[in-house]
Design a protein around this ligand. Structure first.
Ligand code: PRP
Length: 181
C-alpha cells in the first residue's frame, strides 16, 4: 500500500458472480434494443470502464466495433460547474451509427452528461449509455444512464476497473474501502 494513503481494507460489496449475472441480463436488453443494427460502436470511457466493456462486449450477440474515449474533469466535486475535457478522442466515425457509451460509475454525472453531448453533436443514429454502478446520492447534474448495473449508496468503491490512487482496478469484484485508522 502506498505510504501516502492511510491504511485501509476492502470489503466485498458486489461479487464477481453477481456482476457476471447482471451483465448477461443487460446484454440481452441491449441486444433487443439494437436488434438488426449493422454495427454497434461500443465506446468505453478510459480508464475505469476497461474491465466492464471487455465483459459486456463478449456477452453481446451483435456486430460490434470497440472504441475508446478519455475524459477528465476538473473541480473539487462541490462545484456543479465542473469542467470536463476530452483527453483522447475516438479513432472511428460515429455519424449515422448506433453507439453505446460504457462507463464504470456515474457519480456527479458531469462526465457522462458532457461526453453524451459531445458525441451527440456528431449525429449518431442512436446513442445510449450504460454504467455498471450508479450513485444517485452524489448527482450534481440531471443525468440518467439508459442502463444501470447496480444502484449503490454513497460509498467509496474500488475494483472491477475502479481505482483508489490507481490501485485496485484489477480486483474481480466491487469492494468498499474501509479505513482502519
Ligand atoms: C471516474 C469514473 C467516471 C467518472 C464519474 O473517472 O471512472 O468516469 O469518474 O464521475 P462523475 O459522474 O462525477 O463525472 P476518473 O476521472 O476517476 O478516471 P478513471 O476512469 O481513469 O479512473
Amino acid at each position: 500500500m502506498p505510504a501516502d494513503h492511510p491504511p485501509y481494507v476492502i470489503d466485498q460489496m458486489i461479487s464477481a458472480k453477481s456482476i457476471a449475472a447482471r451483465i448477461e441480463s443487460l446484454a440481452r436488453e441491449i441486444g433487443t434494443e439494437f436488434a438488426g443494427t449493422d454495427k454497434l460502436v461500443v465506446v468505453g470511457l478510459l480508464r475505469g470502464s476497461f474491465v466492464f466493456i471487455a465483459d459486456l462486449v463478449r456477452e453481446l450477440d451483435l456486430p460490434v466495433e470497440v472504441d475508446f474515449l478519455e475524459a477528465s474533469s476538473y473541480g473539487d466535486g462541490m462545484d456543479s460547474s465542473r469542467e470536463v475535457r476530452i483527453l483522447k478522442d475516438l479513432r472511428g466515425q460515429i455519424e449515422g451509427r448506433d453507439v453505446l457509451v460504457v462507463e464504470d460509475i456515474v457519480d456527479t454525472g458531469h462526465t457522462l452528461a458532457h461526453v453524451t453531448k459531445f458525441l451527440v453533436s456528431r449525429n449518431p443514429a442512436r446513442l445510449r449509455t450504460i454504467a455498471l454502478l450508479d450513485k444517485p446520492a452524489r448527482r450534481e447534474v440531471d443525468f440518467k444512464a439508459d442502463w444501470i448495473g447496480f444502484e449503490i449508496p454513497d460509498e467509496f468503491v474500488v475494483g472491477y476497473g475502479i481505482d483508489y490512487g490507481q490501485r485496485n482496478r484489477n480486483l474481480p469484484y466491487i469492494g468498499k474501502v474501509r479505513f482502519t485508522q
